[in-house]
Design a protein around this ligand. Structure first.
Ligand code: BGC
Length: 779
């Protein structure tokens, strides 16, 4: 990957690859993937190659293939596909010679451009330029433009259309549907998912130009789940350019904004939109698309890093780019997948990745989107209630993995090979990784305090916080011997420790959840009697409150030892310590499993990811700086960062502890998970949570932004490599512009009012009317 191709206005906006390597297709497919939150398109090439993964996902369109499988996002029809024959030879970069090659993702305008000079095996030379984007302005549209300039007169044939023979690793989620050609040009394919019954309407149309619009000789063809044109006998004179544009649209019966009732109405609507976008043409569509990107992302929440390393600015833009591509902001019945919409990994499911890693970005920069993502959780309460009931508990027990609103738990049961037994390893997370419930409660609370969105609290927030607390109150186990409530038999954030008792993260956040519920029941009782009554009817607040108060102080909270270490669970600290150097220096994550199986790993003091450390980040006020440092020193050397969620958390904590250089090193390593030189890390899709974590490493870490106890703190400390960091955050309905340098910080209110805003800056509370600049820091 090349990060330095952007110059002038495009400096730090371009990510490029300078060579075509068929063995590394997955990297570019993911890193360059396009999308708009409605759909995500993996960046395969127009022409086919072995080992490619052609994916188009539409958010929220889950389907379950068979009873013994879990629901997943189906891989929709391939509309990008185009096969070219140039003077009788198939355009194929594994054949002939490549004289020049560059593929570039322009983050600013969310457009992918591939430029190739290719010599075919019979010696003909061609310049080809491929451009495409997935419109952010018109969520259903994909536009492609291919320009071919031959160095000798050329006869071109082209096969191009809609190919619904795509699968999710062999699983076909669609029934054979209807195919039809309209007006001799507009291809239509309608397909329905096998179990969820969602109709998809795909349309494509081509447009050819050789100085002026031309109509090549064509034959329409159909095959199973496939409709396409064979275009032939297109003659391109030497050094002239033939331009082919392909416009495609995707609509589904899950589209919320559509008022259509039947499949036929859906198809008609989609056909009309396809005609409209074709009439607009590539350039106008692109212009609208760029403008929407600017409004939504680049002008809305800009971050400027002046650094001696160009990569840093690009890395944060890359994170913001992909967060926008993957987040279904248009529909509150949908959420973000752990691989966004860029790959089959994790089946499109939503994890705690959203609330703890991604949501803060939106909470602090685009509360509307944050609220929509939280509303998804609220609307999926029925599945959470079902899960609680099935397990003999009360309240809302959120699924570890979520898909459609009422699906409930969708974590698969069997995973990777166990190298010792030769069987598949059982995935316990869906059964016993329960901290997701308090993670959601925490995120709702954080959202409320950062945004001040009382309407959210009244409609959803209080209920979420109390319903989740009800789960915990019923989940606790009384231990007669110690006379305390424990939480046994769980997986904490560190998934290398299964079936543990009293995981500190789980117990502390459950305690926090119940404590908040007590506070809010009291508040409702005294300040909002009507809402209290409403929720009392739903949740039986009186009984719940009694239980909350009874259990709260009896919940066992693992205590910090004399040496400052907080036991991760009841047994972690007694487990064997081994030399982890080899695994700490691994090239590919998970190398531990080449030597041990999960059962053996369970008995070693080794962690997959931040566990105690993330507790100390979220509930930071409970732990002193010395305790945080002691735990860092104990646990970090035992943490392999085998989950992409780990490095960014450690970076924020290193910033909190005042070690900016270590924080910077971790920020760089987090940024390299997708953007770095390892060409295999992103094959299954982008690391969504890590990208949210990169934003946190910058704004919550170096920017020193934190909401603690309902109050705002902004105390930036920059790494040496940075001269300045500029960003904006939303705080309780207003925007604050922050500019930090090595010496000082300036905070400016964009919409100042007479009411000063209180912000803690470097340990002192400041009342800010319109702007504030700190004293020069002594560094
Ligand atoms: C991590 C989880 C995470 C999941 C999805 C796992 O490898 O251990 O914490 O939620 O991936 O990203």
């Amino acid at each position: 990957m090349n990060y330095t191709t952007g110059t002038g206005d495009l400096q730090n906006w371009l990510v490029s690859e300078d060579g075509f390597r068929p063995e590394w297709l997955g990297k570019g497919e993911t890193v360059f993937s396009l999308g708009n939150g409605y759909m995500g398109l993996r960046s395969v090439t127009e022409e086919h190659y072995a080992n490619e993964t052609r994916n188009l996902f539409v958010a929220g369109t889950f389907n379950k293939f068979a009873a013994n499988e879990v629901t997943e996002l189906p891989n929709a029809a391939d509309v990008l596909w185009m096969e070219f024959k140039l003077n009788g030879v198939r355009f194929d970069l594994t054949q002939g010679k490549i004289h020049a090659y560059r593929r570039t993702l322009n983050l600013k305008q969310a457009e992918l451009i591939r430029e190739v000079t290719w010599e075919s095996p019979n010696g003909d030379v061609f310049e080809l330029v491929f451009k495409r984007f997935v419109s952010m302005a018109n969520l259903h549209s994909i536009a492609q433009r291919v320009s071919i300039t031959p160095k000798q007169q050329t006869v071109l044939t082209l096969t191009s259309g809609i190919n619904g023979q795509t699968t999710n690793s062999g699983v076909q989620h669609f029934l054979e549907g209807d195919k039809r050609l309209y007006d001799g040009r507009f291809m239509q394919q309608i397909q329905t998912t096998t179990e969820s019954g969602i109709d998809f309407a795909f349309h494509s149309v081509h447009h050819f130009m050789l100085n002026e619009t031309i109509e090549p000789k064509s034959i329409i063809k159909m095959d199973r789940r496939k409709i396409f044109f064979d275009y032939s006998d297109m003659i391109i004179p030497q050094d002239e350019t033939l331009t082919i544009e392909k416009y495609s649209t995707i609509f589904t019966s899950r589209d919320k904004e559509l008022t259509v009732e039947t499949t036929e109405e859906l198809a008609n609507h989609a056909l009309n939109v396809t005609k409209e976008i074709e009439a607009m043409g590539y350039d106008r569509l692109l212009e609208e698309h760029i403008q929407t990107w600017n409004e939504l992302v680049w002008e809305h929440a800009p971050i400027a890093i002046e650094s001696n390393a160009m990569f840093d600015q690009l890395a944060i833009r890359f994170a913001q780019y992909h967060l926008a591509v993957m987040t279904p902001k248009h529909d509150n019945r949908m959420n973000v997948g752990a691989k966004g919409l860029s790959g089959e990994g994790y089946k499109g499911h939503t994890f705690w990745d959203t609330e703890i890693f991604i949501l803060p970005y939106y909470t602090y920069t685009n509360p509307k989107i944050a609220r929509s993502l939280l509303e998804y959780r609220y609307q999926s309460l029925s599945g959470a209630h079902r899960k609680a009931k099935e397990n003999g508990y009360e309240g809302a027990m959120f699924p570890w993995e979520s898909a459609w609103l009422d699906d409930g738990e969708v974590t698969p049961i069997w995973g990777a090979a166990d190298i010792v037994t030769g069987e598949a390893t059982k995935i316990w997370s869906g059964f016993i990784e329960q901290h997701i419930t308090s993670d959601i409660a925490f995120a709702a609370w954080q959202y409320y305090h950062v945004t001040g969105d009382q309407d959210f609290m009244d409609r959803y927030g209080y209920e979420l916080l109390i319903d989740t607390a009800k789960f915990w109150a019923s989940r606790l186990e009384w231990d007669e011997e110690t006379k305390r409530y424990e939480i046994n038999e769980v997986v904490g954030p560190d998934e290398y420790k299964e079936h543990v008792d009293n995981n500190a993260f789980t117990n502390y956040t459950a305690h926090w959840n119940i404590n908040k519920a007590i506070e809010y029941v009291e508040l409702l009782r005294t300040d909002k009697p009507e809402l209290f009554e409403q929720l009392n009817d739903k949740l039986d607040l009186e009984t719940a409150d009694e239980r909350f108060r009874h259990v709260l102080d009896l919940i066992y909270l693992p205590q910090v030892r004399e040496d400052g270490v907080l036991p991760q669970d009841d047994t972690y600290l007694q487990k064997e310590i081994i030399d982890l150097t080899k695994y700490k220096n691994q090239e590919n994550v998970g190398s531990l499993f080449l030597d041990y199986n999960l059962e053996q790993v369970n008995e070693i003091q080794v962690s997959k990811q931040a566990d105690v450390m993330i507790l100390m980040y979220l509930l930071e006020d409970l732990f002193s700086a010395d305790v945080k440092r002691a735990n860092w020193n104990y646990y970090e050397p035992k943490t392999l960062h085998d989950s992409s969620l780990s490095l960014s958390t450690h970076s924020v904590l290193a910033s909190d502890l005042g070690d900016q250089e270590l924080a910077y090193d971790l920020f760089r390593r987090a940024s390299e998970i997708d953007l770095g030189p390892n060409m295999k890390t992103s094959d299954a899709g982008i690391h969504a949570a890590s990208l949210g974590g990169i934003w946190q490493a910058v704004v919550n870490g170096f920017g020193g932004v934190r909401m603690a106890g309902g109050k705002l703190r902004i105390s930036p400390m920059l790494p040496k490599a940075w001269t300045s960091l500029t960003f904006s955050i939303d705080w309780q309905g207003e925007t604050l512009d922050v500019k930090a340098t090595q010496e000082k910080v300036t905070i400016t209110r964009r919409q100042p009012t007479d009411d000063a805003v209180t912000i803690e800056v470097y340990g002192e509370e400041r009342l800010i009317v319109d702007a504030f600049t700190s004293e020069v820091l002594s560094v």
